[in-house]
Write a protein that binds this ligand. Structure first.
Ligand SMILES: NC(=O)c1ccc[n+]([C@@H]2O[C@H](COP(=O)([O-])OP(=O)(O)OC[C@H]3O[C@@H](n4cnc5c(N)ncnc54)[C@H](O)[C@@H]3O)[C@@H](O)[C@H]2O)c1
Length: 329
């Protein structure tokens, strides 16, 4: 049984809480948030609530894991506090807003002998897992060009409107497109060059839109689109190689595969995206807890999370300097 202390009970904190509630080997021993439970729409009687991490640690008999679902700019402070307390850590993506912070967090966890798991959850979405499997099975031959889209509304219901502050959230690229950067790097390895354009820095404080081109060391080119300016959320991807292509659109929940100009099999292969299925956040947390319990290696290392931030920051830099940015791997 793992005793988990949840820090931050906003949108993602509640998502994690719902996942833990379904796990027989996890007990959420307390919740830390600077807002009152009633504001968070949580029942005060169900959990022990604390306003600070220190207060929770002083009060609770046992904490094995600290799960941090705080705004990104607070990740470093709380991950390092948790590491120094000797607790294993689960922390939402992105690991941090700067590479210096990410390095310091990774080193502090290593120095204190605790595990650090960053919630790069796209690795647990069935359609993305399927895409990776298709590439690895050689379904499209040698991959050439990839297009991904992740479009939605600006996240308006956050505490203190922290997403609107570029210094706190890193904007649409660091906050949202980090999912695609991590996923694409998972599929294709290291990125060599990043070029990006966006609305970032213009007066549309609560709207952001970005187009990022990644050139991988393997020669694959990915065109990544992300938006905080759309109505309603959807994701798409399209993978093309020298033998065929496949595409996915969350609005139809299917992957369509075309090999050598022939639609393969039934044509449309439905991916288990039904709301009745396990949530990817649940799968992710089951995986992290399993790694903690068994010592198994996670499919996401802290270094993977660092690399995703490196790509995002290179994209933000490319926008600033209006030039491609080269990464040293
Ligand atoms: N994996 C995903 O799909 C996904 C989706 C959305 C957000 N996120 C990430 O999750 C993290 C949290 O985002 P969110 O949308 O839940 O934000 P949120 O604003 O909804 O929640 C943050 C919570 O932290 C609390 N808080 C703020 N400062 C605190 C402090 N010092 N001590 C204790 N509590 C404090 C706030 O009261 C709030 O309840 C971010 O890093 C974000 O990028 C991930």
């Amino acid at each position: 049984m793992q005793f988990v202390l949840l820090v931050g009970a906003g949108s993602m904190g509640k998502t994690h809480l719902r996942a833990y509630q379904k796990m027989e080997n996890v007990k959420v021993t307390g919740i830390v948030d600077i807002r009152n439970p009633s504001l968070l729409r949580l029942k005060e009687t169900e959990y022990s609530f604390f306003r600070t991490l220190e207060e929770a640690i002083e009060t609770l008999d046992r904490v094995d894991v600290i799960d941090i679902c705080l705004p990104t700019f607070l990740h470093k402070e709380f991950v390092e506090k948790a590491a120094k307390l000797g607790k294993h850590i689960i922390c939402e993506k992105p690991i941090a807003g700067s590479l210096e912070d990410a390095t310091s967090m990774i080193e502090t966890c290593k120095a204190n002998g605790v595990q650090l798991y960053i919630g790069q959850v796209t690795r647990f979405f069935p359609e993305y897992v399927r895409a990776k499997e298709l590439v690895e099975a050689g379904a499209i031959g040698k991959p050439g060009m990839i297009r991904t889209t992740r479009n939605g509304n600006f996240p308006k219901n956050a505490w203190n409107d922290w997403f609107a502050n570029f210094q706190s959230s890193g904007g649409v690229i660091l906050d949202l497109l980090i999912h695609d950067f991590d996923f694409l790097r998972w599929c294709f390895g290291e990125v060599k060059r990043v070029y990006a354009k966006s609305l970032t820095g213009r007066e549309y404080r609560k709207k952001d839109y970005a187009l990022v081109t990644l050139r991988f060391e393997s020669g694959v080119i990915a065109h990544v689109e992300g938006s905080w300016a759309h109505d309603g959320f959807y994701k798409t991807f399209e993978f093309a190689g020298d033998k065929g292509n496949f595409e996915y659109d969350s609005r139809s929940c299917s992957i369509k595969t075309v090999i050598e100009n022939q639609v393969v099999g039934e044509g449309y292969k439905t991916i288990n995206q039904s709301p009745l299925n396990e949530s990817p956040y649940y799968r992710e947390l089951v995986h992290f807890i399993d790694c903690i319990e068994t010592g198994k290696r996670s499919i996401i290392s802290p270094e993977d999370a660092y690399k995703a931030v490196e790509i995002a920051l290179a994209a933000n830099k490319s926008i600033q300097i209006n030039e491609p940015v080269h990464l040293n791997n």
